[in-house]
Design a protein around this ligand. Structure first.
Ligand code: AMP
Length: 453
C-alpha cells in the first residue's frame, strides 16, 4: 500500500512549503488519519499520545480551511478569532502556537498565544490587532473575555488539546464557560492521550457525532521507549540519580518529581555536585520557566527537573532519557511523563526510581499499560549521595531492602526550609554540559553491569 504524502492530503502549496521547510517528509499516522476528517468538517475525538505529531494533525487542516478567509487588511475586524485551541499549560500553549506559526508562515493567517502568569496588559494590544488562530489556557482566556479584549462569536473550529490533562487540572468549569460563549455551529476536535470515562463523557457532551481515531492503544505507553524500574530506598534515591546521570551518555535528561520542593531541592543539590541542572515548576515565574526550558532545549542545561504540571507538553526534540525520581500516584501521569522521550519515532529510555512505599503506584501503572516493567534492585554507593560529607574515595554499598514507610527525616540543610527563590541559572554556571555530569563514571558500573537487555 502506498504511504500517504502531505500532497495527497489536499493541503495548499503555501502549507506544503512550510512543511518541507520544517523537515517533514511524510505525515505521521495521526496526521494521515485526522487531516481528511477535519477537512471534511467532521468533529473528531482523537486518542493520540504526545509525540505523535498531533499538533500538526489539527493545525494543518485548520490552516487549510481558513486560507480562503485570510486577509491582507490591517483592520482588526477582518481578522476575527476563527479557530480556538485550548491547552492545559503555558508551555504547551507556547509550543503549539510556535508550531502553528511555522506552518502558517507563508499564509496571511495570524496566530497568537495567551496564558496566565504574565501581565494581561502585554497580551491585549496583540489581541486587538486581530488574529485568526488563538491558542490559550482556559483561565487566561476567560480573563480576556471578562475584559472584553477578545470576542469568540466567530469561532468556527475549537480544539481541546490534551483534554485529559485539562480535566485532571480541574478546568472543566472553565471549559464549560468557554464553550457556552462559542457559536453552536462549529467544528470541535478533541485530543487526549488517555481515554478515561470522564473524557468519554466530555466528548459526548461537546462533540457531535465525532469520528474516532486512535493512533496508539489507549493508555499504551510509548512503544519505542525502553522502560526500567530500579527498586531503591527513598533515602538512596539521590545517590542513585547521581549515579545514573554519571553513567549516561544522554546530553538531556528530564527528571520528574512529585512536588515543587523536591524539584527545587534536587536541582540545587545537583548543581552543587557540578551537574548542570535546573528546575521548572509552578512556583517559578513564567520568565524563569521559559528561560530554563530554552536553556535545556539548547543543551545549556543538561538535567531539567520538573513536576507533572510544569513539564506537561514539553516538546524537546530527541529527548533521550526521562527519569522518574518519584513515580506518580496517578498512573496516567506515568504515560504522559514517559511520552516525553521516544518522540516522533526516536527511541528513548524511561527509568523509574521506586521506593517500597511507591510499589503500590507501580502496580497501578503496570495495570494501566498492561505490561510488567523490568525491575532491578539498585546498588547504591553512598558516596554519591552526599559527596561533600563523605570522606573521599570511601564507598559504602547499599542495596535495596523493602521496608515499611518511615516518617521523613528532618533536613539538616537550612536551604530545604527556605521558600523557593530564583537560583543563579545553571545556564551561566555551566556552559558546556557535554554530559550531565562531567565526573568519572566509575560508580555506575555496579548498576550497569546488572542491567539485562
Ligand atoms: P506533537 O505530537 O505535535 O507534539 O509533535 C511531536 C514532534 O514531532 C514535534 O517536534 C513535531 O515538530 C514533530 N513532527 C510532527 N509531525 C511531523 C512529521 N510529519 N514529520 C516529522 N516530524 C514531525
Amino acid at each position: 500500500m502506498k504511504t500517504t504524502s502531505f500532497a495527497d492530503l489536499n493541503l495548499a502549496p503555501e502549507i506544503l512549503k512550510a512543511l518541507t521547510e520544517s523537515g517533514y517528509i511524510t505525515p505521521t499516522p495521526v496526521q494521515a488519519q485526522a487531516i481528511p476528517i477535519v477537512l471534511e468538517g467532521r468533529d473528531l475525538m482523537a486518542g493520540a499520545q504526545t509525540g505523535t505529531g498531533k499538533t500538526a494533525a489539527f493545525a494543518l487542516p485548520i490552516l487549510q480551511k481558513l486560507l480562503p478567509l485570510a486577509s491582507t487588511s490591517t483592520s482588526p475586524a477582518r481578522h476575527p478569532v476563527r479557530a480556538l485551541v485550548l491547552v492545559p499549560t503555558r508551555e504547551l500553549a507556547i509550543q503549539v502556537e510556535e508550531n502553528i506559526k511555522a506552518y502558517a508562515k507563508h499564509t496571511r493567517l495570524r496566530s497568537l498565544v495567551v496564558f496566565g502568569g504574565v501581565d494581561i496588559k502585554t497580551q491585549t494590544p496583540h489581541l486587538k490587532t486581530g488574529i485568526e488562530i488563538l491558542v490559550a489556557t482556559p483561565g487566561r482566556l476567560l480573563d480576556h473575555v471578562e475584559q472584553k479584549t477578545v470576542q469568540l462569536n466567530q469561532v468556527q473550529v475549537l480544539v481541546l488539546d490534551e483534554a485529559d490533562r485539562m480535566l485532571d487540572m480541574g478546568f472543566l468549569p472553565d471549559l464549560k464557560r468557554i464553550l457556552a460563549l462559542l457559536p453552536r455551529q462549529r467544528q470541535s476536535l478533541m485530543f487526549s492521550a488517555t481515554f478515561s470515562s470522564e473524557i468519554k463523557k466530555l466528548s459526548a457532551e461537546f462533540l457531535i457525532s465525532p469520528k474516532l481515531i486512535e493512533v496508539a492503544r489507549s493508555n499504551a505507553a510509548a512503544e519505542n521507549v525502553t522502560q526500567k524500574v530500579y527498586l531503591v530506598a527513598q533515602a538512596d534515591k539521590h545517590a542513585l540519580l547521581t549515579q545514573l546521570l554519571r553513567g549516561s551518555d544522554a546530553t538531556q535528561v528530564l527528571v520528574f518529581t512529585k512536588t515543587k520542593i523536591t524539584a527545587s531541592r534536587l536541582a540545587r543539590q545537583l548543581q552543587r555536585e557540578g551537574v548542570s541542572a535546573d528546575a521548572i515548576h509552578g512556583d517559578k515565574s513564567q520568565l524563569e520557566r521559559i528561560q530554563a526550558l530554552d536553556a535545556f532545549k539548547q543543551g545549556k542545561v543538561a538535567v531539567l527537573i520538573g513536576t507533572d504540571v510544569a513539564a506537561r507538553g514539553l516538546d524537546i526534540d530527541q529527548l533521550p532519557m526521562v527519569i522518574n525520581y518519584e513515580i506518580p500516584s496517578t498512573p496516567e501521569d506515568y504515560v504522559h511523563r514517559i511520552g516525553r522521550t521516544g518522540r516522533a519515532g526516536a527511541s528513548g529510555i524511561a527509568i523509574s526510581l521506586v521506593s517500597p512505599e511507591e510499589e503500590k503506584y507501580l502496580k497501578e501503572i503496570e495495570k494501566l499499560i498492561k505490561h510488567e516493567i523490568q525491575k532491578e534492585n539498585a546498588v547504591v554507593t553512598q558516596q554519591a549521595a552526599r559527596p561533600e560529607r563523605s570522606p573521599r574515595g570511601e564507598h559504602h554499598e547499599r542495596s535495596y531492602t523493602p521496608r515499611p514507610a518511615s516518617p521523613k527525616k528532618p533536613s539538616h540543610d537550612p536551604w530545604f526550609d527556605k521558600p523557593y527563590e530564583p537560583s543563579v541559572s545553571a545556564t551561566t554556571e555551566n556552559k558546556q554540559p557535554e554530559h550531565p555530569v562531567s565526573k568519572p563514571k566509575k560508580e555506575v558500573a555496579a548498576i550497569l553491569m546488572r542491567r539485562q537487555s
